[in-house]
Design a binder for this molecule. Structure first.
Ligand SMILES: [Fe+2]
Length: 133
């Protein structure tokens, strides 16, 4: 059994944070499974085997979606940003930029503003995006 979902000592993490990390790991695994089934289905010649794998693929869509919804409920700010991106027409990057700005911009912990002088939990992806323009 692997414990790779923790990047900090598990004993120092709250039960809530451990559950959140587990659900993030689950979400990653569902996304991987979706990618693997796509590859297998694209190559499989046997119709019955393809049908079974298609059924499995749809199950992974459900699992991924349920886990994503769980994480959104745990992190309202994430949910708010996602609401501005998911199921929206138009440019995905522009929608993302607008959704992040509407949620109070980058940085800060979920549900609150960034502490003064803090870059918050941001991985800096937005700033990398700006550098590549
Ligand atoms: Fe699954």
């Amino acid at each position: 059994m692997g414990f790779e979902q923790y990047h900090e000592p598990a004993g120092e993490l709250s039960a809530e944070t451990r559950t959140f990390a587990r659900m993030c790991a689950n979400l990653t695994e569902e996304a991987e499974a979706i990618g693997w089934y796509e590859q297998r289905i694209s190559l499989e010649q046997d119709p019955a085997a393809r049908a079974i794998m298609m059924d499995s693929l749809v199950e992974e869509y459900k699992h991924f979606s349920m886990e994503l919804e769980y994480l959104f409920r745990a992190k309202p700010r994430w949910r708010e940003i996602a609401r501005g991106i998911l199921f929206q027409d138009g440019d995905i990057v522009a929608n993302g930029t607008a959704a992040e700005a509407a949620a109070g911009g980058g940085g800060g912990h979920d549900g609150g503003p960034a502490p003064a002088g803090s870059n918050g939990p941001s991985l800096g992806i937005g700033s990398l995006k700006e550098q590549n323009r």
